[in-house]
Ligand binder design. Structure first.
Ligand SMILES: [Zn+2]
Length: 473
């Protein structure tokens, strides 16, 4: 059971008492929050964030101080375990570099950490093509995160590190040709170990963030747990139905007779009904999280529907703004039956000098407090700006980071600005002294708000926008 986070997975970040602080739906990265400084600090990893089903490993017992919540105690123990591992990894790295310097300097670039991408004011991402669509949408799977599982990941990484360290010792006594081969393998393996470490780090930050959020608002996450379970059930019902259909098809050698089809339909009607009921419940729950922004305007010309969204931007590179506009508008365009639905974005450039007035204007490349920056924009439009560590949405603003961003991900972010939330649910299980297990599941992989890679803008998105506006008129 391995649920691998693809480049399109989403992370919506909430924290403690502050609802909806910001949404992180990054193309490629695990986003997390730095709780200590109470400012947004996003963890970036070139590795995919890998979530595995934690079964068949032992949980560690955390020493107990009564006044500290258990999930924090357990987290502290994991952090200690991780720090220990990181020290060993660092020592190994030094001995590997020493060995390569004297024995195979041409391999050094493999083990050198890549330069992290700089982020700051006016630093823009490349907008890249969407990945090829998958032949079949991925099965909805519950991803699970917990302290015991993170501990297990550290244990596993530590054993691998031990194996590498022993191989490095052995390599020094090999004859030159074999030694060269061993060094090559070790250099490549080090890269993998380094990526693993980033993944573990992301797990730690993820657990700190979400377990804290759960502890602070149990009832919210209890209702999300119910929705999470409903999506799983929905998936199961769908699978039973598909399996029966496939069995009927196989036993009929590829063609299903009318008689078999009729009995199959009768047999499955209960299932279909259940499936539809679950789907309606899930949709209704998703609607609960819709918030209408005041700046969205709907225009109708017979069967042409245009959703107008005015934006402020302080991005000086107009060609970039135009290509971002195209990426979002192309994705938010749907012909459905007689109807043509589209979103039209209207960008107004405001210069940094105009925004900041007598305040100090940020220099290009400067790192800045995003919240303060956003406060400089007038309140009546959406915002497209720069300066984030990783692209995310905060209220009406899309704040760009430096990493490549797929067109679909950008369009997904626009979905937030239009008022849609991420189409997935995050629930939890109480693991007693092990803290919480965080559970998350994509509600609908056909929906761009659930999965930008496999999902699309759907008719119901436009219908929602139109009906909300009508309700207000
Ligand atoms: Zn999102």
């Amino acid at each position: 059971m391995l649920a691998r986070f693809r480049p399109t997975e989403l992370f919506r970040v909430n924290i403690l008492a502050v609802e909806e602080l910001a949404r992180y739906c990054t193309g490629y990265f695990m986003a997390a929050l730095n709780l200590a400084s109470a400012t947004l600090a996003v963890f970036l990893s070139s590795a995919c964030f890998v979530a595995l089903n934690p079964s068949g490993f032992e949980a560690r017992q955390a020493p107990g101080a009564p006044h500290v919540p258990v999930h924090v105690q357990r987290g502290d123990a994991v952090q200690e375990h991780y720090d220990d591992y990181t020290k060993r990894l660092h020592a190994y790295y030094e001995s590997l570099v020493d060995a390569l310097q004297s024995g195979a300097p041409e391999l050094l670039p493999i083990v050198e950490p890549p330069n992290p991408l700089q982020h700051g004011y006016q630093i823009l991402p490349n907008i890249v093509a969407d990945p090829e669509p998958l032949a079949r949408p991925p099965r909805g799977r519950s991803a699970q995160y917990s302290w015991p599982w993170t501990d297990h990941l550290i244990d596993r990484a530590a054993s691998e590190l031990g194996r590498s360290a022993r191989a490095l010792k052995r390599a020094s006594s090999l004859e030159p040709k074999m030694r060269q081969m061993a060094y090559q393998q070790l250099a490549v393996r080090y890269r993998q170990i380094h990526e693993q470490q980033q993944n573990i780090d992301a797990h730690i930050q993820y657990n700190q963030l979400w377990q804290g959020a759960i502890a602070a608002n149990r009832s919210k996450y209890e209702s999300e747990s119910v929705l999470h379970d409903r999506v799983l059930k929905h998936q199961e019902v769908l699978e039973v139905f598909n399996a029966r259909y496939a069995t009927a098809l196989t036993s009929a050698h590829g063609t299903i007779s009318q008689v078999v089809m009729t009995s199959l339909n009768e047999f499955s009607s209960g299932l279909i009904e259940r499936k539809n009921r679950l789907a309606r419940e899930i949709d209704a729950a998703k609607d609960l999280f819709y918030a209408t922004p005041g700046y969205v305007r709907v225009e109708q010309q017979i069967s042409n529907w245009i959703i107008h969204v005015p934006f402020y931007t302080d991005i000086q590179d107009d060609a970039f703004v135009q290509s971002a506009k195209r990426a979002m508008e192309d994705t938010w365009h749907l012909r459905s039956g007689e109807d043509d639905f589209r979103v039209q974005l209207h960008f107004s450039y405001v210069s940094p000098e105009h925004l900041y007035g007598t305040d100090k204007t940020p220099q290009n490349g400067e790192r800045m407090n995003i919240r303060t920056h956003l406060d400089h924009f007038p309140a009546d439009r959406a915002i497209l700006t720069t300066g984030a560590r990783t692209t995310h949405v905060d209220g009406r603003a899309i704040i760009l980071g430096p990493h490549d961003i797929a067109r679909g991900v950008l369009a997904h972010e626009l979905g937030h600005v239009l008022g849609f939330r991420d189409a997935y649910f995050r629930g939890y299980k109480d693991l007693a002294e092990d803290g919480f297990q965080v559970l998350e599941i994509v509600a609908d992989s056909n929906d761009i708000m659930g999965a930008p890679a496999t999902g699309a803008v759907l008719r119901r998105h436009f219908e929602k926008l139109i009906s909300v506006r009508r309700g207000q008129q």
